[in-house]
Design a protein around this ligand. Structure first.
Ligand SMILES: [Zn+2]
Length: 129
């Protein structure tokens, strides 16, 4: 299965790319907002999943660590790297300016949910608040 993002509301739609051939144009109707849009299957879209779709906590263990969003009916697993200072975490939404956005269709998640602060203490150890 592949996912594409609705250009209007930015929610993800799933489709089975194996049912279609390369170069074929597909029309989708977004189940969230009703927007109709089309994509063309090309070589670039049929490649192996991007790194983004195979998140790995190991990748960030040498930096400031990461938070893992557990996959559920509202969204895919995501691994979001943390940075030094305030990490403002919330639901990704157009117009909300936060530095750790989570892709989800769960409207009960706040757009600004919480802040994790990362800093080093005098011993050089990372402190998470
Ligand atoms: Zn939409």
């Amino acid at each position: 299965m592949k996912r594409i993002r609705c250009p209007k509301c930015e929610n993800y739609l799933l489709f089975d790319e194996t049912k279609y051939s390369e170069g074929q144009s597909l029309v989708f109707v977004c189940e969230h907002c009703g927007k109709q849009f089309s994509i063309r299957l090309g070589k670039t879209k049929m490649r192996a999943p991007q790194k983004e779709e195979r998140p790995d906590e190991e990748e960030f263990k040498d930096a400031f660590g990461s938070i893992t969003v557990i996959e559920n009916v509202f969204g895919f697993k995501q691994v979001l790297p943390l940075q030094e200072g305030d990490n403002v975490i919330g639901r990704r939404c157009v117009g909300t300016n936060i530095n750790t956005p989570i892709e989800t269709s769960d409207m009960s998640m706040d757009r600004r949910h919480c802040i994790i602060n990362v800093k080093r203490n005098k011993q050089g150890k990372l402190v998470y608040t």
